[in-house]
Design a protein around this ligand. Structure first.
Ligand SMILES: Cc1cc2nc3c(=O)[nH]c(=O)nc-3n(C[C@H](O)[C@H](O)[C@H](O)COP(=O)(O)OP(=O)(O)OC[C@H]3O[C@@H](n4cnc5c(N)ncnc54)[C@H](O)[C@@H]3O)c2cc1C
Length: 482
């Protein structure tokens, strides 16, 4: 490639979203990726655990990809990406052989929740597009939603983010079901960050797309992005870690799909002192330790309906989950850590190879933990699925401290690339009005450390790319249609 117009550092969903958008505007785009494989948090790899069985090394379940205006415009189905929708978006097994079930069908969920059905409908039965506009915007523009709906969402966050969170519930199933979703924020609970997460993901669970799992794994999303980028003249160079300024080819602009920490390492004194200090003050949160299992049968959940869920939140009651997250926040390991589980074969039978299937799990642990959580995760699943050990063929744990070995963005195992706190919802990565501009001319950030934050939605990349286009005098965002 002749001298690129834009160099994108990192090929996660945000980096590729930026690259695709810029390449479609006829700019020469070069993506530099540190790892041998592209995709960052959206990679599906053969870990060598069982013949032909592939695993999602990071993300596995994609309500945000389905809801994302970027991926909507890209039109994943037209590109052959099948987003398979489980009838049960997620489930919450509970002590005493009970479970909360979030069907994609809202009415069915409300009915099953009995006395708390109306409360459920009021909290997560609203219009998904309103919630998406509120939660997945650039946190700077005013979202185009009705003030009444915005107020309803805001009040629900206030309620579920404080000790008033049990106020409207009469039973313990619905609150546990909602708290399992809140726990995706990896933060103490109740908190506003966790409540916002619960209301966004909880609402999407009942939207048309539910909590989908791409056929073949998350790598299908990356493959679609790479294909489009290359079709528009973009180039990707893997095994190219950018450690310092010297690793960057000359270009007009640079877009970093990295953490602020990496940006500071690379640019150092080239950043204005105040900006550098603000980026260095960006905080990283608690962590996840991954356990990839290979099973020779489905998980034997006590409540069979749990086995129909694409995602299972293993944490018990609301109080138990809050206690486990508080333990992690205090820097200790929970005896039964909050654990997220997904069996993709629930919707994608092709993931079963020679009778063996992958089971994707991760548990919440303190930042930087080097603990192998295989036994803790196994014990926790056994609590709600006795006999689980008997279907495990093999497993592999990646402790939190080692997550950054395959993705530098996961600082000390923080899979959100920055603490999910109410401050860092907006000061992401700093309070700057233009959150994508690094403070140095021609240099931008687009990763999950920028708005709207973590998740496979490509929106940080898309929003940053729109900003970069202005550097080239391009005022119309290119269409992403196939
Ligand atoms: C275990 C786990 C489970 C998750 N589950 C889900 C889920 O189910 N659904 C969901 O929506 N989200 C999930 N996430 C979060 C999601 O994967 C991330 O929020 C998302 O991938 C962020 O995208 P990104 O483009 O900002 O960064 P990333 O996807 O993290 O990509 C960053 C890329 O930049 C590269 N890079 C970093 N530094 C350099 C450098 N110096 N030089 C060159 N390249 C560099 C990295 O190698 C990487 O490829 C999960 C994450 C993890 C780790």
């Amino acid at each position: 490639m002749t001298r690129p117009d834009v160099v994108v550092v990192g090929s996660g969903p945000n980096g590729l979203a930026a690259a695709v958008t810029l390449a479609r505007a006829n700019l020469r785009v070069l993506v530099l990726e540190a790892e041998p494989t592209v995709g960052g948090g959206a990679r599906t790899l053969d870990l060598g655990l069982a013949d032909g069985v592939v695993h999602d090394v990071c993300s596995a379940v994609h309500p945000m990809a389905w809801a994302s205006p970027f991926f909507r415009e890209l039109d994943l189905p037209a590109r052959g990406v099948e987003l398979l929708v489980p009838d049960v978006s997620y489930a919450q097994p509970l002590p005493g052989g009970r479970a909360g079930i979030a069907y994609r069908d809202l009415d069915r969920t409300v009915e099953a929740l009995g006395v708390d059905g109306p409360a459920w409908r009021s909290l997560v039965g609203g219009d998904p597009s309103t919630v998406v506009r509120l939660a997945l915007g650039d946190k700077r523009s005013v979202p185009a939603v009705s003030p009444r709906r915005a107020a309803h969402f805001g009040l629900a966050v206030l309620e579920q983010g404080t000790r008033a969170w049990d106020r409207r519930f009469l039973d313990d199933v619905a609150p546990a079901l909602l708290t399992g979703v809140a726990a995706h924020a990896i933060s103490p609970m109740p908190s506003f960050a966790a409540a916002g997460t619960a209301l966004l993901l909880g609402t999407l669970a009942h939207a048309e797309g539910g909590w989908p799992i791409p056929r073949g794994g998350s790598g299908a999303l990356t493959a679609a992005l790479v294909e489009d980028l290359e079709a528009h003249g973009g180039t990707i160079r893997t095994d190219h870690r950018v450690r310092g300024h010297a690793d960057l080819p000359v270009a007009h602009c640079y877009v970093f799909d990295t953490t602020p920490r990496t940006l500071v390492e690379v640019l150092g004194d080239r950043l204005p002192a105040r900006t550098r200090a603000a980026l260095e003050a960006f905080e990283y949160g608690d962590a996840a330790a991954k356990v990839d299992f290979v099973l020779d049968g489905p998980v034997p959940w006590t409540v069979p309906e749990v086995g129909r869920a694409g995602t299972v939140h293993v944490g018990g009651t609301r109080a138990e989950m809050a206690r486990a997250e508080a333990t992690v926040a205090s820097g200790r390991h929970a005896e039964l850590p909050m654990t997220l589980v997904s069996d993709p074969a629930v919707v994608d039978e092709r993931r079963v190879v020679h009778g063996r299937r992958p089971l994707w799990t991760y548990a919440h642990v303190p930042s930087g933990s080097d603990v192998d959580v295989t036994e803790a995760v196994t014990r926790h699943i056994e609590r709600f699925a006795p006999g689980f050990r008997d279907v495990v063929v093999t497993s592999r744990c990646t402790p939190a401290a080692r997550l950054s070995e395959h993705n530098q963005n996961y600082v000390d195992g923080d899979i959100s690339a920055g603490r999910a706190s109410i401050r860092q919802l907006f000061a992401r990565p700093t309070w700057r009005f233009d959150p994508y501009f690094s403070g140095r001319d021609g240099v931008y950030l687009c990763s999950a450390s920028t708005p709207p934050g973590p998740g496979v939605h490509g929106l940080g990349g898309w929003y940053a790319a729109k900003r970069v286009l202005r550097e080239f005098g391009i005022t119309t965002t290119p269409s992403l249609a196939p």
